[in-house]
Design a protein around this ligand. Structure first.
Ligand SMILES: Cc1ncc(COP(=O)(O)O)c(C=O)c1O
Length: 394
């Protein structure tokens, strides 16, 4: 198949540098879980996992058991001393395979504990469980309310006594860690501490207690406990963009999304551009009109339609905006009346920002979303090219 005229370049040195920065921030007492769910936030779970492990991550984290099994396969088995935790599964959750693969499992209900115990028994390998307390997010996890977390702990310790599971962790997740100082953060930290104390009082011998995502590692390193679980910041993006840029946090964005101009042509003043003619070539541009170029990426390739007429791109060192609607496979850029560009010339949608190009955060603002979604929505068919020291080991 001919290569697509667009690619995402992933800098594995940036991933490694961000792991080092975040580990230093969390302090020496905390191990590091590289969160590589959703295909490594679009960067590629397997290459990122390898780069993160090489940079000192002792843990990997993904949402679904199926993703976890793919990552284990992709990296050729978990290296000695590296653990992989997964936390979303339904009734037919591949738990037997999870046990056989030596995965760590996050559980939220006594029913999930029982399913894990039955699967582990069938596999003949105990499953390592992390009991999730809903300390305030109101999503997964057992809340302390009405004895639900206590029931989870008791169920898990019951199965531990018969040997089918081992209770190794208590964990939780913040609702508003990206709003430093919000009272819910301390309230959740207190509820988490209460849950840990309860589990230990009931007999749990915990290896790890963990609650900190990217924003918490950066703004509340005192809550790093034994293990931190950063995702976004490891990819070099700021989880608190209103307060600090990636550069201000010493993070290096790892993804550059670029394309080649597919076609270049001239349009007269007043000419409409793309569906709905949301953009028109300015009437006062002069009778020579303007030069427009088509960029071969559209919403079928993860480009947000809500970024129509708004998102920035860099062409020939100039910062331009999308002209008109983002279509399924392409969008248009008004290159200006004197543009020297030709078909095949490079367009950078976003990158680290170090060469003046827009960033994923700029795209998030233009599209009315968060940078998480900008990189994560990039589908598998957009080629990834890996650069940096770690790429040699792929
Ligand atoms: C349970 C859990 N831990 C950690 C993370 C990493 O979060 P972030 O990317 O904000 O660091 C996520 C991602 O949403 C998550 O669901």
């Amino acid at each position: 198949m001919a290569p697509m005229a667009a690619k995402a370049v992933i800098n594995l040195d940036a991933i490694a540098a961000n792991v080092h920065t975040l580990r230093a921030r969390a302090g020496s007492g905390a191990a590091f879980m590289a969160v590589v769910k959703a295909n490594g936030y679009g960067h590629g779970a397997v290459p990122v996992a390898r780069a993160a492990i090489a940079a000192g991550a002792g843990w990997l984290g993904v949402a679904q058991v199926s993703e976890a099994l793919e990552v284990v396969r992709g990296i050729g088995g978990l290296p000695d001393g590296v653990r992989l935790m997964t936390w979303i599964f339904g009734p037919n959750g591949h738990l037997r395979e999870a046990a056989l693969a030596g995965l760590d499992l996050g559980v939220s209900t006594p029913g999930q504990v029982e399913a894990a115990a039955l699967a582990a028994r069938a596999a003949g390998v105990p499953l390592r469980l992390h009991l999730k307390i809903d300390s305030g997010l109101g999503r997964a996890g057992a809340p302390p309310f009405a004895g639900q977390f206590e029931a989870l702990v008791r169920a898990a310790l019951g199965f531990e006594a018969e040997g089918s599971v081992r209770v190794v962790g208590v964990w939780s997740h913040f609702a508003r860690a990206d709003e430093p100082g919000h009272p819910s953060i301390q309230a959740q930290a207190d509820a988490f501490a209460g849950g840990v104390a309860l589990a230990e009082r009931l007999g749990a011998r915990l290896e790890v207690r963990h609650i900190a995502n990217s924003a918490a590692v950066l703004t509340r390193p005192d809550l790093a406990y034994d293990l931190v679980r950063p995702g976004l910041a490891m990819y070099g993006l700021s989880p608190i963009p209103d307060l600090a840029t990636a550069a201000e946090l010493d993070l290096v964005p790892a993804m550059t999304l670029e394309a080649s101009l597919a076609t270049v042509k001239r349009l007269p003043p007043g000419h409409g551009v793309s569906y709905g003619h949301l953009y028109t070539v300015p009437d006062d541009i002069g009778e020579q009109g303007t030069v427009t170029g088509t960029v071969p990426l559209g919403y079928g390739d993860g480009i947000f339609r809500s970024a129509s007429n708004r998102a920035p791109v860099q062409v020939g060192g100039r910062w331009l905006k999308i002209a008109g609607r983002v279509c399924m496979d392409q969008f248009v850029v008004d290159l200006g009346p004197a543009a020297p560009e030709r078909a095949g010339d490079r367009v950078v949608l976003f990158g680290p920002g170090l060469g003046g190009e827009p960033t994923a955060q700029d795209w998030a603002e233009a599209a009315g979303t968060i940078s998480y979604e900008i990189t994560t929505r990039l589908p598998l068919h957009v080629p990834r090219e890996y650069v940096g020291g770690g790429a040699a080991r792929l």
